[in-house]
Design a binder for this molecule. Structure first.
Ligand SMILES: NC(=O)C1=CN([C@@H]2O[C@H](COP(=O)(O)OP(=O)(O)OC[C@H]3O[C@@H](n4cnc5c(N)ncnc54)[C@H](OP(=O)(O)O)[C@@H]3O)[C@@H](O)[C@H]2O)C=CC1
Ligand SMILES: CC(C)(CO)C(=O)C(=O)O
Length: 314
């Protein structure tokens, strides 16, 4: 399968190298700075007692002539903050028949993708990996998950989804096709909003929060708010999934933090509007009170305003 991965960062770099190693025809759409680093040192993934380098990854940069044979699949692995520019850069490489599979958390990118490429091109996707791009440009794998759920947004299993699933599984990626990928995206959003709010508001890992007096109450309270929004939007979180999230936020000593928190702690822009601004706006429209999520939104917005004022945005 001819695959274009947009962004060779934590998610794109991880899934893209897995696919390339399995023999798929993979190119990365990258910006000039990343392109120079990848030309020099290859695309390196490390962690979990494993390390691999994709020497001389095939690179594409914005403005290049699209290939004669169009891509079958685009994996979109950019942060929401970079989405607008990334879609402009990507547009020439999306041809009739190209499927676009986003790895982003949240939901609003689907509207942006539909507007740009037409809803028929756009699949739903839920990425579950724990990876980060370190200062040396290495994709660090922090936990064993390698999961990429996908599906047509109107349900059903189309031939293209079957084909992509086979390719992903052939690369060692767990690739379920849930009954509703849109519902699965909502449920991942509930999860990420919960651990995002807990860790960002308290400025600590899941375990640091849970282990402090008063800490154990926070995770369940945030989860209740986020799940209430999902339910009001038509995507109630089943009991077993709620219990699984509760177990994640109730783990003594857990070092888990989401990518949102890593960005916050490092003083980088966060995906505040995509993950929190959008969720709390939908909550308001649906009449669901979300005081803790509102607080997390405000906290992250203040961080963002400092970055903007210092001219350090992306
Ligand atoms: N990290 C994780 O564990 C997980 C993240 N997610 C979600 O996945 C999404 C992506 O996050 P993540 O991979 O962590 O982000 P990263 O910041 O690690 O990687 C994004 C990459 O996109 C590149 N990029 C930005 N704009 C463009 C562009 N116009 N053209 C080409 N490349 C571009 C950046 O490169 P540069 O700036 O160097 O040009 C960067 O390397 C987010 O929505 C996140 O919430 C989901 C599951 C897990
Ligand atoms: C929590 C996690 C790692 C789950 O995939 C995630 O989505 C993120 O860090 O953004």
């Amino acid at each position: 399968m001819k695959i274009l991965v947009v962004g060779a960062g934590a998610t794109g770099g991880y899934f893209g190298t897995m696919l390339a190693r399995s023999g798929q025809d993979v190119a990365f759409l990258v910006r000039p700075g990343r392109a120079a680093a990848l030309r020099e040192g290859g695309l390196r993934v490390a962690g979990r007692d494993e390390e691999w380098v994709l020497d001389a990854p095939r690179l594409v940069t914005a403005g290049e002539e699209p290939p004669y044979d169009p891509y079958d699949l685009v994996l979109l692995g950019v942060k929401s903050t970079a989405l607008g520019t990334a879609l402009t850069d990507l547009a020439p490489f999306v041809a009739p028949g190209t499927a676009v599979l986003p790895l982003l958390n949240g939901m609003a990118h689907l509207d942006a993708l539909d507007a740009r490429f037409g809803a028929g091109a756009v699949l739903g996707g839920v990425a579950k990996v724990v990876t980060t791009l370190d200062d040396a440009g290495v994709v660090r794998r922090l936990a064993p998950l390698a999961h990429l759920a996908l599906g047509e947004r109107d349900g059903g299993v189309s031939p293209r989804v079957e084909e992509i699933r086979t390719v992903l599984e052939g690369a060692g990626i767990d690739a379920p096709v849930p009954a509703s990928i849109v519902t699965a995206m909502w449920h991942k959003w509930v999860f990420i909003a919960t651990i995002g709010a807990v860790t960002s508001l308290m400025r600590g890992t899941v375990g640091e929060v849970y282990d402090a007096p008063g800490g154990p109450e926070l995770g369940p309270a945030v989860l209740a708010e986020a799940a209430a929004v999902a339910a009001a939007a038509g995507h109630p979180v089943p009991e077993e999934e709620r219990a699984a999230t509760l177990a994640v936020v109730s783990a003594p000593g857990s070092p888990l933090v989401p990518s949102l928190y890593r960005d916050l702690a490092a003083g980088r822009p966060t995906e505040v509007e995509h993950l929190f601004g959008d969720l709390t706006a939908r909550a308001r429209a649906l009449g669901v009170p979300t005081p803790l999520l509102d607080l997390a939104t405000l906290h992250l917005r203040i961080h963002q305003r400092r970055i903007d004022a210092a001219g350090r945005g992306q």
